[in-house]
Design a protein around this ligand. Sequence first.
Ligand SMILES: Cc1cc2nc3c(=O)[nH]c(=O)nc-3n(C[C@H](O)[C@H](O)[C@H](O)COP(=O)(O)OP(=O)(O)OC[C@H]3O[C@@H](n4cnc5c(N)ncnc54)[C@H](O)[C@@H]3O)c2cc1C
Length: 391
Amino acid sequence: MHARREFLVIGGGIGGLSAALALALRGMPVRVLEKAPEFTEIGYGLQMGPNAYHVMRLLGIAEQVEAQSVHPRALILMDALTDRELTRIATGAAFQARYRFPYIVVHRRDLHGALYAACRTRGEIALMTSKEFTAFTDHGDRVTVTCADGSEYEGRALIAADGLHSCARELLLGDGPPRIAGHFVYRGVVPIDEVRNQSYFDSMVIWCGPDLHFVQYRLRGGTVMNYVATFVSEQFRRGLPGFGGADELLQAFAQTAPAVRDMLGHVGKDKNWILYDREPVPNWTRGNVTLLGDAAHPTLQYLAQGACMAMEDAVVLAAKLERAGADVNSAFLAYQGERYLRTARVQITSRIFGDIMHARGGARDLRNHLMAQRTPDTTWEIDWLYRAIEV
Ligand SMILES: Cc1cc2nc3c(=O)[nH]c(=O)nc-3n(C[C@H](O)[C@H](O)[C@H](O)COP(=O)(O)OP(=O)(O)OC[C@H]3O[C@@H](n4cnc5c(N)ncnc54)[C@H](O)[C@@H]3O)c2cc1C
């Protein structure tokens, strides 16, 4: 038993490390317990809206992330069947003046690496790997957690950032596994000089098609191109076995324009990601225990905001804890209250945006008609999301 009065953070992903850093920057000691044998991220690119760039500034990592990031010239929606542009959001000077911060894309490892490096410089943070959290006991004035290897840790309170399949959430809320959306993702990253079609290569581009979409943007200072193919599995819908496989991916994209099918060649076919989400809940805090990031409010990726929300959670939580002093439960409830409807809006809007991207038939015609009426400086749809939060 380690009898310390520190905050215990479960999970060393983007949410957990952001929380540890945010607390440490306000002078609070933190112990991070990560189940993997090392602190690392799997996956490829992340889009980070100006709201998340603001948080990176608050956490003191914006410069490091910036050095490895790319600033897309615009966010462009295309029709995947015709390869014609539907609309765009210009991300230049007017966008940055409006939101105070830029829109960037970054490799997950680069963002996570910057967070990890910053955590390692803070004496307030203890980082532990191969610590799989399995249980907690809230004693009222402190919390004890147990790990799979039998070790126990005691702290002032518990912040669980253990992701989509959160063990802490199940212990706290008991609301079962997340919902399988039946959407499947395949990804690829290739050196920029291997990219055959370089049109639009300086922007973040989404080709929208019936029950599918395809994303491209450059990463790592523009040296590589990141590709993401997503489709809604008909086999999953019908409850047929073998859903989400590479054959079904190719079949879904067979209807797309030649340029899209060509880019699909850059996507790895041996590994896919299954997408999940949950209904929003208002009660992810009990006593001295709270959830953060995907553990609290997992979302489909269609607004590209799951990691951004986890980072916002972190700085809001730290501010509430500092203001509340010894009353941790009040701070956790204030944090939850402030985050609930914003994260719920991201969860719900992500689903809606997915439906718009994946529209077919008359819905597709209507989408394309309405998109054509936007100008590159139309911002009303995203103002609520991209404006920097108050901390
Ligand atoms: C295809 C796809 C594309 C995406 N694109 C974007 C994007 O462009 N922009 C964006 O903002 N978001 C995006 N997201 C969402 C983003 O990846 C997640 O929202 C984000 O990673 C959540 O961070 P987290 O720290 O809450 O959880 P995670 O990243 O899942 O981290 C959880 C950590 O907890 C650890 N852990 C789990 N269980 C235990 C345990 N019992 N004990 C100890 N440790 C444990 C895990 O090993 C892991 O390190 C995307 C998601 C997907 C699937």
